[in-house]
Design a protein around this ligand. Structure first.
Ligand code: TPP
Length: 1038
């Protein structure tokens, strides 16, 4: 009896007052039992099936029916329709229909209920309409949220209101609101009618607007949706294809009253705004004509970042690595990282002399590393801001790589201790492709940092360019949607809303370990920099900005009106901070010199002496004992685990390796194995990353074995070498150069005791990572006193494969070397070679033997300092029968040969030598073959320059002096305007004090790196060989 009564009651829409009286069950538990609404009465009669436990069943069915009438059996459909339409007690139930076709229409008892049917249909449609409405707000509510503090722009570049949202942008205007409501309801999109506004509708489980209530009047539903989605926060999340994550976000933003702050929190927020605002004002007062890229218009960034850090610290994070562009950088350094203010202020003093070697960088590019106590959580926290070039967003993958490395070295496999925060400008975030590349690394096993919090300073302008001219996407943040990152847009003039989304963003990262974006919609009070006039290009916007009250003033007035602080307290807070700035300013006057090393973002404790010098200026032998070579060779040619079936072709490769080991020789792949394996033994972590590096583009490496019978079962023999070895990471990357090289550079920043290598698929592809090479790798130490030992493996060589795939562009790397072509260094200096390495910006090598490749890799770690190493690696030499090295050249006492002198017959009688050919890399094998064929082994000596930069002046001088009667010629397979010629020639001339000409034997200048025609390639090759061995070739020029 009782159940039927309640059931029938449930089936009918309630009025608002009824709801308040009756619906009070807990939405969170979402238990839908009839008992909760038992006080409600309705005229119903017993139905035999509505008793006992079956009532729960019926109830569930009812809710399913409400959502989709077709989801229940037809008989239940009729029953619910009839009951809901007010069928008299006991008459709602109709026997199931006979199964014969047409039976439905012959049921006599259905006739009296036709009228009721119309009501039922309307009810179902209304419920569905309400559900659609809720969903529409969840999907599109952000389009009408009031995000722009200036109130003149649409953050999504679209002023229209989505057709399925009742709200209007002008929602505070009641008349407009009602008008729109009428449009959408009466005969409009939802078919609801105005009288429905006071009807109560059951809320689906996909909303939390009810709080403790499970049903609400439509008017209240709309109001709450407006509150959740259309105020100062616009939540974009419905594209996320994970129900739990969507529910989590809905709960965070829909639950009534969830955005509450204590008075203490409000006061902290105000104090942080005071610091942020007064810092910029102080700089403006003291250095009004200096560029500082101030934060005015987005002062809320400082409390926003601090909230993310506080919340993350509370959740266990103790190391935050940040990357950011120019805007507000000094403020972040001062008020988030807590760099000493005097250190910042003295950067404005142009008369101070730099104490460190290197050219330094402008103040708003420098990095920082600081360990301190987080005052809110009372826990230790380390904050690091990575130094960056002007190239916007270039630091993104670097920050990620550094974060990954820090996580790796402290065993933080889930990102619970170390996290990254990336800041972006709106124009750069939308415009720079590296942002997309970086997002695509975010969930890859060997690259994930388990969630980055992205904060966009969306001042709705990029230099002088309006967003409508700067992007095609609605928001500047749309790129984040590709990885299902939720995006929280927020009006920056509402500091509490900003704090709230920052808290949620930090919690999101902590819960799901995925990326999240906070879009601070703000404005830029001044021009692009403080010297720039914004009225030239954005006159109306800037008229509005001039009228805009600063956020600090607005918030202070709010808190004073709420009685949270009083005016004197507020003023006291301001003068306290002003005093701090003044005192620091006075101290900054005492600074006599500038120390760039105070701005180091990645210190390497213990690696250098206390004053930052290398612990020695020598390098031990890079050779290994026979045992070690044998052991590594044996593992490299076997499968070190049981029950593992490898491919037949690979078995043959391993067998060949095994034979080489028996013969005490190595090819390229084995040489690399020997270098890696031995460094792992010495505790050096090795990470090799790039496209298809696991197997190797040229199928020579095979560092990851794949079981042919079990899916995804792999084995990395390199990790089975020694009992306590360091780990070996080898990872195929996403198809990105800019992003991945930046990432590896960042990884290499974290520790000097790791060999981090990035391999390009073919050398020429490095040009899509040019920014990382030009802005970070080549000048990094000079700009930021930060060393980095990253290794670039760039397959290079003219093999007749066409203009693509042939050249790793050695000329570009060589052009960026910092050694002087016209000055002969002091060759008698002790440790000349090591000093040269110490002074250079990077090392460029092209090895002609596997053994030298092995030595240079080991030297990279055995050196007492770190320099980037660029290696042009071979393709055809990987399998060239002569490109082999005996163990003898890898034993203790051996080392990397910067120059490999001629050691054949020509070297026995050097006076007889007519020509001394210098070359590098694989052309050596072409030259020796040709020399032999022409029987000129006594007349022509061939010397290989293996280390191109720093240039081995000392060894080359010896070579030249050894062959007093020889002409000198440089031979290369690359075209004359490419390759090494322009770099080598002036240096060789300096070496010999311009006593002789240095001739060129090689291809003519060309626009493309190589011909696409194989025959032309071979003809060109023959021509260069002819030139190299034609002893009359240069006679006419002398
Ligand atoms: C890759 C790159 N291209 C161009 C520039 C020149 N530039 C400096 S700031 C700027 C505008 C950046 O706008 P936005 O990202 O919105 O940041 P905002 O300056 O507005 O904070 C431009 C184009 C640059 N620094 N980097």
């Amino acid at each position: 009896m009782f159940h039927l009564r309640t059931c029938a009651a449930t089936l009918r829409p309630l009025t608002a007052s009824q709801t308040v009286r009756t619906f009070s069950w807990n939405r969170v538990a979402a238990s839908r039992t009839f008992g909760h609404i038992r006080c409600y009465t309705a005229p119903v009669a017993a139905e035999p099936f509505l008793s006992g436990t079956s009532s729960n069943y019926v109830e569930e069915m009812y809710y399913a029916w409400l959502e989709n009438p077709k989801s229940v059996h037809k008989s239940w459909d009729i029953f619910f329709r009839n009951t809901n339409a007010g069928a008299p007690p006991g008459t709602a139930y109709q026997s199931p229909l006979p199964l014969s076709p047409g039976a439905l229409f012959s049921t006599a008892r259905a006739q009296p209920l036709v009228e009721a049917q119309t009501n039922v249909d309307k009810l179902v449609e209304d419920h569905l309409a309400v559900q659609s409405l809720i969903r529409a707000y969840q999907i599109r509510g952000h389009h009408v949220a009031q995000l722009d503090p200036l109130g003149i722009l649409d953050a999504d570049l679209d002023s229209s209101v989505p057709a399925d949202i009742i709200s209007s942008t002008d929602k505070l205007d009641l008349a407009v609101f009602q008008d729109r409501l009428r449009m959408l309801t009466v005969g409009g999109f939802y078919g609801l009618d105005e009288s429905d506004l006071d009807k109560v509708f059951h809320l689906p489980t996909t909303t939390f607007i009810g709080g403790q209530e499970s049903a609400l009047p439509l008017r209240e539903i709309i109001r709450r949706l407006e509150m959740a989605y259309c105020q100062h926060i616009g939540v974009e999340f419905m594209f996320i294809n994970d129900l739990e994550q969507c529910q989590w976000i809905r709960q965070k933003f829909e639950t009534p009253g969830i955005m509450q702050f204590t008075n203490e929190e409000k006061r902290t927020l105000l104090a942080r705004l005071v610091r942020s605002t007064r810092f910029e004002e102080f700089l403006q007062r003291k250095w009004s004509s200096e560029k500082r890229f101030g934060l005015e218009g987005c002062e809320v960034l400082i409390p926003a970042l601090k909230t993310i850090i506080d919340k993350s610290s509370e959740n266990g994070v103790d190391y935050v690595i940040m990357g950011m562009p120019h805007r507000g950088r000094l403020n972040v350094l001062a008020n988030v990282i807590r760099k000493e203010l005097e250190q910042i202020f003295c950067q404005f003093d142009s008369k101070l002399e730099a104490a460190d070697e290197g050219s330094g960088d402008v103040k708003y590019h420098l990095g920082m590393y600081h360990r301190r106590i987080n005052r809110v959580t009372d826990r230790n926290i380390t904050l690091s801001l990575v130094a960056n070039p002007s190239h916007l967003e270039a630091a993104d993958p670097v920050v990620m790589g550094k974060t990954k490395a820090e996580q790796f070295y402290c065993g933080d496999t889930e990102g619970k201790k170390v996290m990254s925060i990336l800041l972006h400008g709106d124009a750069a975030f939308a415009g720079q492709g590296i942002v997309y590349e970086t997002f695509h690394l975010s969930d890859l096993p060997s690259y994930t940092t388990h969630g980055t919090v992205h904060v966009v300073v969306n001042n709705q302008i990029g230099f002088t360019t309006d967003p409508r001219m700067a992007r095609s996407s609605p928001y500047p943040t749309d790129v984040a949607r590709v990885v299902n990152a939720p995006i929280f847009h927020v009006n920056s003039d509402d500091p509490e809303a900003v704090m709230y989304v920052c808290k949620v963003a930090a919690e999101w990262r902590n819960t799901f370990h995925k990326d999240v974006v906070v879009d601070l919609v703000c404005y830029r009070r001044n021009g692009h920099n403080e010297m720039d006039e914004p009225m030239f290009t954005q006159p109306l916007m800037y008229k509005q900005i001039r009228k805009q009250k600063p956020v600090l003033q607005k918030y202070a007035e709010l808190l004073v009106s709420q009685g949270v602080v009083n005016q004197p307290e507020y003023e006291e807070e301001i003068s306290k901070y002003d005093k701090i700035c003044e005192e620091a300013f006075a101290r900054s006057k005492d600074e006599k010199i500038l120390h760039i090393k105070h701005w180091l973002d990645s210190p390497w404790p213990g690696f250098f002496t206390l004053d930052g010098q290398p612990r020695s200026m020598s390098c031990p032998s890079t050779g290994l004992t026979e045992d070690v070579l044998m052991h590594i060779g044996n593992v490299a040619s076997s499968v070190p685990v049981e029950n593992f079936t490898i491919h037949g072709g690979l078995s043959r490769i391993l067998k060949t390796r095994g034979e080489m080991v028996k013969n005490r020789t190595v090819d390229w792949a084995l040489a690399e194995y020997m270098a890696f394996g031995s460094l792992l033994k010495e505790g050096i972590h090795i990470r090799l990353s790039g496209q298809d590096v696991e197997r190797g583009t040229f199928s020579h490496r095979h560092h990851v074995l794949h079981d042919q019978n079990v899916d995804k079962k792999t084995c990395i023999p390199m990790n089975h070498l020694w009992p306590n070895q360091a780990p070996y990471t080898v990872c195929n990357s996403s198809l990105s150069e800019y992003g991945v090289l930046g990432f590896e550079l960042g990884f290499a920043m974290a520790s000097p005791n790791a060999l981090v290598l990035w391999e390009a698929q073919f050398g020429d592809f490095h040009n899509t990572a040019q920014c990382i090479i030009d802005q970070f790798i080549s000048p990094g130490q000079a700009k930021w006193v930060r060393q980095n030992g990253i290794v670039l493996l760039l397959p290079h060589g003219m093999e007749g494969m066409g203009p693509e795939h042939s050249s790793a562009r050695p000329e570009r790397f060589l052009q960026m070397c910092n050694d002087d072509p016209d000055v002969l260094p002091d060759l008698n200096e002790a440790n000349f070679d090591i000093n040269q390495l110490y002074d250079c910006n990077w090392v460029v090598v092209n090895c002609s033997t596997p053994g030298n490749f092995f030595h240079v890799l080991r030297r990279q770690i055995l050196l007492p300092f770190r320099k980037p190493l660029i290696i042009f690696t071979p393709k055809s030499l990987l399998r060239h029968p002569e490109a082999r090295t005996s163990f003898d050249e890898m034993l203790p006492g051996t080392h990397f040969q910067r120059v490999i002198p001629e050691d054949g017959p020509a070297a026995q009688n050097p006076e007889n030598v007519k020509r001394l050919l210098f070359c590098t890399g694989k052309v050596y094998y072409d030259l020796t073959r040709e020399r032999k064929a022409r029987d000129m082994v006594e007349q022509v000596a061939i010397t290989r320059i293996e280390q191109l930069s720093p240039f081995p002046f000392d060894l080359l001088l010896q070579e030249v002096q050894k062959y007093p009667n020889a002409e000198l010629a440089w031979c290369q397979e690359e075209h004359k305007n490419q390759g090494y010629y322009d770099y080598v020639k002036p240096r060789l001339r300096t070496t010999i004090n311009r006593a002789k000409p240095v001739w060129y034997a090689g291809r003519d200048p060309a626009a493309a790196p190589a011909t696409g025609n194989k025959k032309t390639h071979l003809t060109e090759l023959q021509r260069l060989l002819d030139m190299a061995f034609d002893l009359e070739a240069f006679k006419n020029f002398s």
